[in-house]
Ligand binder design. Sequence first.
Ligand code: FES
Ligand code: FES
Length: 156
Amino acid sequence: MTVARQLTINNEIATVESPDDEPLLWVLRDRLNLVGTRFGCGEGECGACTVLIGGRPVTSCSIRVGDVSEPVTTVEGLASPDGTLHRLQQTILDLQAGQCGYCISGILMRAAALIERLGADLTEADVRLELDAHLCRCGDHTRIVAAVLQAASIKQ
Ligand code: FES
Ligand code: FES
């Protein structure tokens, strides 16, 4: 059954109509046109669809929209409202840490949450462990890890 609901997404209230059991990923992409969040495996295995819910990384293909009760942040909400990129977006660009880019939005979300949590204390081992949940078919892992470490070292 389709029901109307309100979600807080990227600090704005969005009203959507969808069944409770529709994956959040489809609500974001198909109903709200937030297509920066990618569909990869659809089974919680690749990390491409990762968003933040209540500040924690969640694969949006594996959560029902009816179970979402905290604010959602997608890659479209990572930059500042004035358009200034998040420091991790900037270091990924600076280090060219992406080829096709398909995996990058999910990695950005999980790694941004990690930087938020650990800041400059972040180690390479922390990054590798955390990003183990993400596949990158282009094999850009080394540059991605370097970009995360560089972003974490930037004073805010
Ligand atoms: S599409 Fe969600 S984890 Fe792969
Ligand atoms: S940059 Fe292509 S999948 Fe990661």
